[in-house]
Ligand binder design. Structure first.
Ligand code: BTN
Length: 217
């Protein structure tokens, strides 16, 4: 249930267009992606030999939506190995803070119910884009190919459960136990809520953060 396209503007967009007719766990990958979408309206660069993958998840409880993003980070970090860690909510970084992979989850709602989620995963397998702090598996001496990685990620993603995501994300995190700032909230990142929200201890209260970019202080 992993289909390869030679080229597409965005694997997330291509999968969304067919999501109604495809089953849970179906995945689309592209050898070239020309208009990759990133979080918060950003773009995702193309790069030969890199992985552009989207996986369709159906039947996800709406309350568990934030956990899907965290789970995608977990499966990428597992494959990449212990020299990489997870920045909340969805970045996979090396020890120098350079980005290896990005995740964009897009949810579709119908009559107030969550119809499906498309989990978009971009991994710099062979090369990292210029002009941003980014790295690739190849930069770290890890030589794998995008098709092997795509199949492993797809399989692992559909097998994840909530408890595993919360435990493994916390173990692989470079966010917890650090002083952070997200959306104007500053304090110590102390843990994850059961729904995947980041808990920040400001010194006077523990705040739940459900979206935003984490800055390290
Ligand atoms: C981010 O870090 O901003 C998220 C980047 C997500 C990029 C992936 S590549 C495959 C999938 N298709 C897209 O258009 N975007 C995601």
């Amino acid at each position: 249930m992993l289909e390869w396209l030679d080229q597409t503007p965005s694997t997330n967009a291509a999968l969304a267009a067919r999501a109604h007719t495809l089953p849970h766990g179906y995945a689309l990958a592209a050898r070239r992606q020309t208009s990759g979408r990133g979080r918060l309206g950003r773009t995702w660069a193309e790069g030969e030999g890199n992985l552009f993958l989207s996986v369709l998840l159906k039947g996800v409880p709406a309350a568990e939506l934030p956990l899907v993003t965290l789970g995608a980070g977990v499966v990428v970090a597992r494959e990449a190995g212990d020299r990489f860690a997870l920045k909340w909510p969805n970045d996979v970084l090396d020890r120098e803070g350079r980005k290896l992979a990005g995740i964009l989850c897009e949810a579709a709602w119908e009559q107030g119910r969550l119809a499906h989620v498309i989990v978009g995963i971009g991994v710099n397998v062979r090369s990292a884009p210029d002009g941003v702090p980014a790295t690739s598996l190849a930069d770290h001496g890890i030589h794998t190919d995008a098709s092997t990685l795509a199949e492993s990620l797809r399989t692992a993603l559909v097998e994840l459960d909530r408890a595993t995501v919360l435990r493994e994300w916390s173990e692989r995190s470079c966010t917890l136990h650090r002083d952070v700032e997200v959306g104007g909230i500053r304090g110590r990142a102390v843990g994850l809520a059961p729904d995947g929200a980041l808990l920040i201890d400001t010194g006077t209260s523990v705040e739940r953060v459900i979206t935003g970019d984490v800055g390290f202080l």
